[in-house]
Write a protein that binds this ligand. Structure first.
Ligand SMILES: [Zn+2]
Length: 93
């Protein structure tokens, strides 16, 4: 299994995140990976799943099943999601 592309894109249409199986709207910054495993396929990963899997080796996350980035450690996933949501809120500073 080879990773042909691995880049950050701003999506132009809704995509389901491979890691959490949530559909994110167009305009989301997502990591796009094109993988060759016999045939080509493309996966999208949301900012939360990117953060969860940041320290993983390539082999780790290539081996997971759809949805497993979140279901593997839902508490961690939810914590990162809440933190990212809070970071996005404007502050009155
Ligand atoms: Zn995700």
């Amino acid at each position: 299994m080879d990773t042909l592309f691995n880049d950050l894109v701003t999506t132009r249409k809704p995509h389901k995140c491979f890691g959490c199986e949530i559909v994110y709207p167009a305009g989301t910054r997502m990591r796009r990976c094109v993988i060759k495993d016999g045939e080509l396929f493309t996966t999208y990963h949301c900012p939360v799943c990117n953060e969860v899997s940041r320290d993983w080796d390539d082999g780790d996350w290539l081996c997971i099943s759809a949805g497993e980035t979140r279901s593997g450690d839902e508490r961690l996933w939810n914590g990162i999601r809440d933190k990212q949501a809070a970071d996005k809120e404007p502050t009155d500073a």
